[in-house]
Design a protein around this ligand. Sequence first.
Ligand SMILES: C[S@@+](CC[C@H](N)C(=O)[O-])C[C@H]1O[C@@H](n2cnc3c(N)ncnc32)[C@H](O)[C@@H]1O
Length: 234
Amino acid sequence: MHHDTTAGQHRHEHTPAATGQGGRHPDVDEETARFWEEHYGRHERVWSGRANPILVDVAGAVPAGTVLDLGCGEGGDALWLAGRGWRVTAVDVSETALARAAEEASAAGVASHIEFRRHDLTRTFPPGEYDLVSAQFLQSPLEFPRAELLRSAARAVAPGGRLLIVEHGEVPPWGRHDHAHARFSTPQETLAALDLDPDRWDTERLDAPRRQATGPNGETGELVDHVVLVHRRR
Ligand SMILES: C[S@@+](CC[C@H](N)C(=O)[O-])C[C@H]1O[C@@H](n2cnc3c(N)ncnc32)[C@H](O)[C@@H]1O
């Protein structure tokens, strides 16, 4: 895992977010870090390890370039992308998730294509511009400034590049029951929150497909995904 210890830069340009020792860090919200560490600590592996299908469709249809994977978790998408020639920057707040992802990347022989970075994305954002910025289920039961974060994601798209946002449209059947009535932003609301200049961006996907999926304990159920794919003109 890459640990960036650069200090004193503008928060949205540089990223001193890693402690490397699971200790406190001013650029990581403690409650957020604790929540996700506990989440990943409950199981040896939380997610399936398979890449998210909509990401596979979108990234598979364009030439490989640079990609920023926001909230990469255990690295299923990052590994898939790296295996197809993308140069990946994969970011998460959870040191446990990042460590698992880095281990898998080494085992799969793609570690040289992926830079893992720890960020609390509500505090610091990776520098640079990317051909694809991917936010796959970057959702949390904790309150966080989602619209602001997604606007940072849009600012990280290079000319000619894309931003793909895929989110749960409903709580998954295996999700927390106390969130069963949570309301999720529609794809149209998410697009509006991005506040993109229509002269510079085209909307390529704005829909809510349903799919069959398997949950963390092997349960199956139908999920609705909210999908926003926007393309920045050159
Ligand atoms: C629902 S999981 C999705 C993981 C992965 N993208 C996937 O599709 O399987 C959300 C991920 O976002 C990360 N996350 C949540 N809040 C974050 C924050 N403020 N900064 C960085 N990562 C965060 C969590 O640690 C978790 O790995």
